[in-house]
Design a protein. Structure first.
Length: 132
């Protein structure tokens, strides 16, 4: 599953567009590459927008989504709160995104607020909103 990302160091946001089809193995592999790339390019934790609106068929198991959540939470920096907006584009992907958000909240290392949206404009609105 290819992913193209742009990093805005001024806004401290990583914009990533995912495309293509993916199963469990491909999702874990692509997500691992993504996390490593972001760690190498961002000096500090940034907010993220993961846009799956251009993705094809995603066949992800419950176990896979849980693994992705654990991988991501493990890289969070303690005490640094950031945001993650997932743009699903489709109702099935929206459900997977919500599952990911719930699993992520279960890990004590998690310091990222996660929200899932159907449209990119909604995600951008949230990113630009004030933080409580």
């Amino acid at each position: 599953m290819p992913a193209e990302h742009k990093i805005d160091h001024q806004l401290k946001i990583v914009f990533t567009v995912w495309s293509g089809d993916a199963d469990d193995l491909e999702l874990v592999s692509a997500f691992s590459r993504y996390l490593q790339s972001i760690i190498n390019q961002c000096p500090a934790p940034y907010d993220e927008i993961l846009d799956f609106s251009e993705a094809g068929t995603i066949t992800a198991s419950n176990s896979c989504i849980k693994t992705l959540a654990r991988m991501a939470a493990a890289r969070d920096v303690e005490g640094v709160k950031t945001r993650l907006a997932i743009v699903a584009g489709q109702k099935f992907a929206f459900g997977l995104g919500r599952m990911y958000a719930i699993y992520r909240e279960l890990y004590s290392e998690n310091s990222k607020e996660v929200r899932v949206y159907l449209h990119r404009s909604e995600a951008m609105e949230w990113m630009n909103s004030s933080r409580d």
